[in-house]
Design a protein around this ligand. Sequence first.
Ligand SMILES: *[C@@H]1O[C@H](CO)[C@@H](O)[C@H](O)[C@H]1NC(C)=O
Ligand SMILES: *[C@@H]1O[C@H](CO)[C@@H](O)[C@H](O)[C@H]1NC(C)=O
Length: 528
Amino acid sequence: MRYAQSPRRRVLGSLIVFLVIVTLHRLSGPAGLVGFGKHADRVQIACRIWPDWEGSSPAQLVYENIVTEQSPHAFVGDAAFIGKKDRCLLAVSRLNQYQSSLDRNWDKVRWGEVQKRCTAAKLGHSLPEKVEMFDVWQQPPKQAETKFSPKERGQTAVVLRTWSDYNYTDSRRVWLRTLITETSLHSSGDHEVFFLVNVKNNIDLEDRDTYDRALGEFVPEEFRDMALLYNSRKLEKWYPKVAEHGAQDQMYQALQIFSHQFPHFTHIWQLEMDLRLTGHVHTTLESATAFSLAQPRRNIWERNGRFYIPALHGNSYEAFAAAVDLDTGETGIWGPPQTTDFEPKGPKPPPRSHRNWGVDEDPDLISLMPMIDPIGTDWIYETEIHNFADGTATPRRAAFVSMTRSSWRLLQLVSEAQRERGQWLVSEATLETFALLHGLKAVSVPHPITFDNNMTAETVEADINRGPVHSKAGGRAPSFSYTTSGWVTGPWFKASYWFAADDAPNRWHGYLGGECMPPMLLHPVKDE
Ligand SMILES: *[C@@H]1O[C@H](CO)[C@@H](O)[C@H](O)[C@H]1NC(C)=O
Ligand SMILES: *[C@@H]1O[C@H](CO)[C@@H](O)[C@H](O)[C@H]1NC(C)=O
């Protein structure tokens, strides 16, 4: 029985299969692996953690139908946009295989190498050179040369934001292994996962020995070859004209650098360590992308500006969109808004009569919360906008919880504006505002969020959708913001997804305990 194999036999077995793959590859080149099955089979084997271990493949996952009425809670959003809402992925089949055991020594896995092996097989390349991530990471910024035509979709990176004193406990490692496998290996290398590690002191990370010592100290061995370290010293060097380099307010600077150095990633998800997903990770991310792709640009900023509460629209997103159209009329945002001394780089908008503009266009920004107009909200960072000619009158958008998918193009536009003009806003408003000002497509995905049991669709609506037409989730002191006068009363502390929600860990523990749940994003789950 496979599980009864001794670790040594297993490792030896992996090594033999691996050498066979390498040898066949070398002998026959990528085009014709005679006698070794189809390309798909090769990729499947190369995308296993250990080539002789079939565990962790999508076939091992157990789904069940959700038989009961989905949930008594007033949902915002719809699970159908991030997966199959009537199916749950059972935690036990999914997570237990990644726990430490005598048979599987996770300390010996090199996740960077496994991911590279998988991608190489998919592309039909020979095994990659041992990429010196350090060298690429240290290269100085190139002169601005961003090509502004949209890139064909290439690989997608999933970047997890971690920090030097993050405690990689057993349960967190199990989650990270799950996430990497489901995202990167189950996609056969279309996605690749990285850690961006915020080092909290100002050591000289350009010095190789210092860097390696820090890497060894701050990142467990199994994740080391997929991790990149940075600190504020590096950010200050890249962005000397920006006055802020803190992790909270400039969360995207390190990502901007990442995107600049690894331009073959045309899109990048930035996710946080305390996010948990009850649905298969790749399915969730790709479903959110598919939803966004299909959205027309007409009144998209107005839809982005409010929460979708299905119960108020007969469970129809189309009905919700029609309600937004009715509210907005022909006054919606269409192309870049007027500003002074700012050159929009997005496509020139067609006449307003082109109602399907943007359908099938891959967006430059996907957000997981509404993008509201921060002007007049009393949000604590409302007036934080620097070196724009129109100052605080500059049209802007912001989304709380800085988890997004952004394009290489958008990140480079932000990077160049920060480097050359010192133009900046805080994290929550950075990508959203630059996407707006450049006339790029940006989409908020209405994934499901639960609140306290006693809420109804109407009470939720009254609490969270009470702003003006173009920004209904905004308005003065929206309850999901932190304002100049502090927290605002509202349902968010009992939400499943927010920046300070209390309820996300309870839902995650229910899921781990066997509860059948639709695909959901839970945040923050700070369990150790
Ligand atoms: C990390 O978490 C474990 C488990 O909760 C705990 O025992 C340990 O003390 C923590 N380590 C640090 C450095 O906080
Ligand atoms: C629901 O319960 C919370 C306390 O958990 C309370 O603050 C809130 O006012 C209640 N809402 C309604 C509509 O009863």
